[in-house]
Each structure stands twice: as C-alpha cells, then as structure tokens.
Design a binder for this molecule. Structure first.
Ligand code: NAI
Length: 300
C-alpha cells in the first residue's frame, strides 16, 4: 500500500497559467484555500484584468454576506499578476488553463519545467487532450497530471484527477489530497479521451445541435425542454455559451479524433460557423444567445 501523501500546504504558492474563464475561477478557489496565487497570461494585460475580475467577485461575496471584508482584503492581497514564467520559480503547484492545443501546452510545460523546483507539481486543466501526450514534453513527467475543474470552478465541486501513463502515484495522491483540502470533490480517473464527464456529455451537445440543424426546434425551446422537463441545470445551448463555443468545439474535435472519427462524436457544422464568426458565447457577448459585453467573467 502507498502511504497517504499530504496535499500542497497553504504556505506554498500556487501559480495559474492562463487567466481566461477557467484560470480566473481556479485562481479564486486556490486563493480561498489560503494560498498566495500568481497569475500569468501570455496576452498583454490579461492577468491584470483577471485579477480585477476575481477581486470584483470577492467584493460581491462580501456584498452578499458570504465573506467578511477582512477575509476579502487578505485574499485580494495574496493574488498577484506576473509578467514572466520565471516569476513562478517558487510555486509548489502550477495549474495550466491555456488554449486547448497540444503543441502550445507541450511548449509551455517544457518552459515551466526549466523554471520551477523539483518538488513542484505540474497540472493541466485540459478538457480533452491526452494528459500523457502533454506530459511527453517533460523530462520528469512523474510530477505531471491532469486536474480538470468544471465551469464555474468556484461553484462546481467536481475535479477529475487524471493520471497520465507516466504520472507518479505520489503526485496523483498529493493532488487529490490538495483538491479535497480546497473543498472540492476529487475523482481519480484514467487518461481516456474526454475522461469521464466530457466523454459522456459529447452526445448530449451533439444531438441537441443536430435537432437544431434539422430545424426540429430552436435553441431556446431545446434548452427549456431539457431544463424544465429533463432535470438538467442548463440546456446544451446556454451551457456551451457559458463554456465558450471555441472551447466546447475543440473538446468535441479532440474526442472525435481520439476515437478514430467515430460518428457519434461528429462535430457540429452550426457550432463551427459560430466559432468562425467569433460568436463564442458569454465571453464575446454573443453565441447561440445575445449576452451583454464581458458577461463571461461576471456571470459566475
Ligand atoms: P479562455 O479562452 O477563456 O482562456 C485561455 C487563456 O489562455 C487566454 O487568456 C489566453 O490569452 C491564454 N493563453 C493562450 N496561450 C497561452 C500561453 N501559451 N501562455 C499563457 N497564456 C496563454 O479558455 P478557458 O475556457 O479558460 O479554457 C482553458 C483551458 O481549460 C482549456 O484547456 C479548456 O479545455 C479547459 N477547460 C475549459 C472549461 C470551460 O468551461 N471553458 C471547463 C474545463 C476545462
């Protein structure tokens, strides 16, 4: 039996790379668990904007009486945007939430490995890429794994703890213990395409988009049917507007390719057109539905 591993202690710094929808949410979760959190994004000004978005959400928690203002001040003081990966050198855990493209993630982790200490756990929030393949870029892939949060990360408890082929048992157990200490519900799973949730959810989106493409019903009707009669918290159209059409489509493509273009995972043409038009959902102000400007960050 492997001895139980302690999680990453709150006195260790957590770094989040990629300050978009998921990076912001994950940073908030790590902050509220007591860590100092460094936020890095390759896009100019993005980490600073993300810090403002996260502190704005903490303000709203205070306004709703769900957080004391002293706690808010302490948490905000622990969140810091950084402008280079070199500044992440002291981190005990780095969680990556950048664009869902294998070569981009591999390049980032190769750069990160040259910066962080040997005991630093490296994690990807990929929804659908092979954890083993991303870790293939590392000289020491034993300390690398998938930590797949769900959107919005501060609200949804599930985290899939994904062990790639080369992930060490100690790393997986440390990460699982850390997620439990953060108040999450970690579930260990293997590195199969889409892991558990995203694989099972693909046909849910695909069939809904096909009903729309065949003019069976419009998005609002399909969403209402699934929400009000099907027992789902959100319908597939509103949910993909929250997730981001680009992100959701990339996940479908990746699962489709991983299963040798199995027809049941065929990407939707209507969704492709949305992505081509830049209609990405809440984060761009419009997707299947009209949203206000910048509602992606504030919606959660
Ligand atoms: P997003 O598009 O909102 O944010 C991605 C951020 O990464 C952007 O700010 C971009 O500037 C930055 N970025 C891109 N390349 C970079 C690089 N090389 N170095 C540093 N920063 C870089 O994307 P989102 O939705 O936050 O997704 C991020 C990851 O999380 C993806 O792997 C996605 O599959 C996964 N994910 C997304 C979920 C969702 O509901 N949106 C849910 C769970 C996982």
């Amino acid at each position: 039996m492997t001895a139980l591993q302690p999680g990453i202690q709150p006195d260790r710094t957590v770094a989040v790379v990629g300050a978009g929808t998921m990076g912001q949410g994950i940073a908030q979760v790590a902050l509220l668990a007591g860590h100092q959190v460094l936020l890095y994004d390759a896009a100019e000004g993005c980490a600073e904007r993300a810090v403002r978005a996260v502190t704005g959400r903490l303000d709203r928690l205070v306004a709703k009486g769900r957080m004391r203002s002293a706690e808010r001040d302490a948490a905000a003081g622990r969140l810091c945007p950084v402008r280079s990966l070199a500044q992440l050198a002291g981190a005990g855990l780095v969680i990556e939430a950048i664009v869902e493209q294998l070569p981009v993630k591999q390049k980032l982790f190769a750069e990160l490995e040259a910066v962080v200490g040997q005991d630093c756990v490296l994690a990807t929030n990929t929804s659908s890429l092979s954890v083993t393949a991303i870790g293939g870029a590392l000289r020491h892939p034993g300390r690398f794994l998938g930590l797949h949060f769900f959107n919005p990360a501060p609200l949804l408890p599930l985290v899939e703890v994904v062990r790639g082929f080369a992930t060490g048992e100690e790393t997986a157990e440390r990460a699982r213990a850390t997620m439990a200490a953060w108040g999450k519900t970690p579930v260990r799973c293997a590195d199969t395409p889409g892991f558990v949730v995203n694989r099972i959810a693909r046909p849910f989106y695909a069939e809904a988009f096909r009903v729309y493409e065949e003019r069976g019903a419009d998005p609002a009707t399909i969403d209402a049917v699934l929400r009000e009669c099907g027992g789902f918290a959100m319908g597939p159209f509103e949910l993909t507007d929250l997730i981001g059409q680009d992100v959701n489509e990339a996940v479908t493509r990746s699962v489709y390719e991983a299963f040798s273009q199995d027809r049941k995972f065929t990407p939707s043409l209507a969704q492709r057109r949305l992505v081509e038009a830049g209609l990405l959902g809440r984060k761009s102000g419009r997707g299947w539905y009209e949203h206000g400007e910048g509602t992606g960050a504030d919606a959660v």
